[in-house]
Design a protein around this ligand. Structure first.
Ligand SMILES: Cc1cc2nc3c(=O)[nH]c(=O)nc-3n(C[C@H](O)[C@H](O)[C@H](O)COP(=O)(O)OP(=O)(O)OC[C@H]3O[C@@H](n4cnc5c(N)ncnc54)[C@H](O)[C@@H]3O)c2cc1C
Length: 475
């Protein structure tokens, strides 16, 4: 266990001199906002001693030099939309908020790349890029997430099926190392076989190896047309069974989400909006894009045909933008509608052909343990979100699940063990943070954890940068 030092009044004075008084935050009330992320439970909440809001990489470098000299833990924070406590300062110290690094430095139309600072939100990035006639495909569900945060978690989202996750788009980065040195990795490059990929090591490292201050990100031309289909199936088996048929039918949709019709009723009530089909128990929401209206329509018709051949009820075509928006809103707000009565959203990823078996086994577990485990997710990439609940929703009414407190750790263990037995990983897109740490060794084994800890030690020998995340800090 490392011995960290407290933030002394002298250090606070140095930081005020560097950043200005308004960018050094102390006082319990203001620190509260920086003590948690969007993880559902309060028990991981932890206050930092101080929050700093630097304006650029140079200031971040000086903060890290000071933190190294005085051995103070520093936790980087983006939009705070994470779902596993990654930006929670568990050991106190300094929260380093990237919120002031807001510049979109360049949109390079010839190289199809945007260079943006770490504190630009996804909403701001989409807007800027689309205004220039370009497109950034990944869409993790909360547009308040920031460039640095989505890189640090290697975020995914529904559109990963066709376009891949954040990792597939990051080409270059400016990173401040724990000792304060600023390095530039990669560039406006499509290819690089130049030694170990530090770029890909930083992506998904959850702020434990370096602070991303700027990134160069690939873009694509925007699709000319987008179609959203809802294919309702009698049960999950039939719904998931249609997915490989779509893919082997030589169509790669932008997104294929599976929806639990019962869980969607909670969202309908929450938003006071209607999902377009009431048939069956499991629906596929399929988004298709094309380089022309005709191409997108032909793909949509082909996919509809495949779904009908495989047992779907009447297919709903959403070609109008407002209809697509309502469907997307209902899907995006599923988490929010469950959250008040939720303990945890799991993020297990398994081979996609096994989703139906996995969900069926989870449902059996819910029956055995007298609980409710609503599950939906990304059907074509195997990323399944099972929600561990403290109350059950039925016909518009929430009822507390007896013994939910005791059931929670048992369920966490059992569902993760199930994920492993299906050849899965703990996290497909949210990361490990604090909450999924206890399951890392079960999934990866001692040797892989030891290698990860050695890498951490090379970057951060004093373990001052986001300590205690992903795995316990070195002894
Ligand atoms: C409603 C909702 C829907 C969501 N849907 C999705 C989804 O579909 N797909 C998905 O992948 N995620 C989803 N998420 C989770 C979340 O949005 C992502 O994990 C996102 O990538 C976090 O970004 P952030 O800027 O909010 O990071 P934060 O929560 O602030 O931090 C996350 C981690 O990144 C580190 N970090 C932040 N900024 C930096 C930086 N500049 N340099 C180094 N490390 C940094 C932090 O230390 C922490 O470990 C959803 C969350 C919500 C609330």
């Amino acid at each position: 266990m490392q011995n960290y030092h407290p933030v002394t009044p002298q250090i606070i004075e140095s930081l005020i001199k560097l950043l200005g008084r308004e960018n050094v935050i102390s006082g319990t009330e203001k620190l509260c906002d920086y003590s948690h992320d969007e993880y559902a439970q309060d028990d991981i909440c932890h206050y930092p001693d101080l929050v700093v809001r630097p304006a650029d990489a140079r200031q971040i470098s000086l903060i890290m030099k000071l933190a190294t000299e005085h051995k103070i833990p520093v936790t980087p924070r983006g939009g705070g939309t994470g779902l596993c406590g990654g930006c929670v300062p568990t050991l106190g110290g300094i929260v380093l908020s990237l919120e002031r690094l807001k510049k979109i430095i360049e949109i390079d139309k010839e190289n199809l790349m945007v260079t943006a600072e770490a504190g630009v939100t996804l909403a701001e990035l989409y807007k800027a890029v689309e205004a220039e006639g370009l497109y950034f495909p990944p869409h993790p569900g909360d547009e308040g997430a920031m460039v640095g945060g989505v890189i640090a978690t290697n975020a995914g989202g529904a559109r990963a099926v066709k376009y891949g996750v954040i990792r597939n788009f990051i080409r270059g980065m400016e990173v401040v190392l724990p000792d304060g040195e600023i390095i530039e990795i990669g560039g406006k490059l499509i290819k690089s076989s130049t030694g170990y990929s530090l770029l890909h090591l930083i992506i998904g490292s959850e702020g434990t190896l370096g602070i991303v201050t700027k990134a160069t990100i690939s873009l694509v031309p925007p699709p000319a047309a987008i179609y959203t289909l809802i294919a309702p199936f009698a049960n999950l088996n039939d719904a998931i069974g249609a997915v490989p048929k779509i893919l082997t039918g030589k169509v790669i949709p932008m997104a294929v989400e599976f929806i639990d019709r019962e869980a969607m009723r909670v969202t309908e009530q929450f938003l006071d909006k209607r999902w377009p089909s009431d048939f069956g128990q499991a629906h596929l929401m399929i988004i298709l894009d094309g380089s022309s209206e005709d191409e997108a329509l032909a793909l949509a018709q082909k996919v509809a045909g495949i779904c009908l051949e495989n047992g779907s009820g009447e297919i709903i075509f959403a070609d109008a933008v407002d209809k697509q928006r309502t469907i997307l809103e209902l899907r995006s707000k599923s988490l929010d509608s469950l959250r008040k009565n939720m303990l945890e959203i799991l993020d297990i990823t398994i081979p996609r052909a096994r989703i139906a078996d996995f969900v069926r086994t989870t449902e059996q577990l819910a029956v055995e343990m007298e609980t409710w485990l609503p599950t939906y997710g990304h059907a074509a990439d195997g990323n399944v979100h099972t929600h561990i609940m403290k109350a059950r929703w039925k016909n518009g009414v929430w009822t507390e699940i007896p013994g939910w407190r005791e059931k929670y750790p048992v369920l966490m263990k059992k569902i993760h063990a199930l994920g492993k037995s299906f050849g899965g990983v703990i996290s497909g897109e949210h990361g490990i943070g604090i909450t999924k740490k206890p399951y890392m060794e079960d999934f990866l084994g001692k040797r892989q954890i030891a290698l990860m800890k050695s890498i951490k030690n090379v970057f951060d020998p004093q373990s001052i940068l986001n300590p205690g995340k992903i795995f316990s800090e070195p002894d």
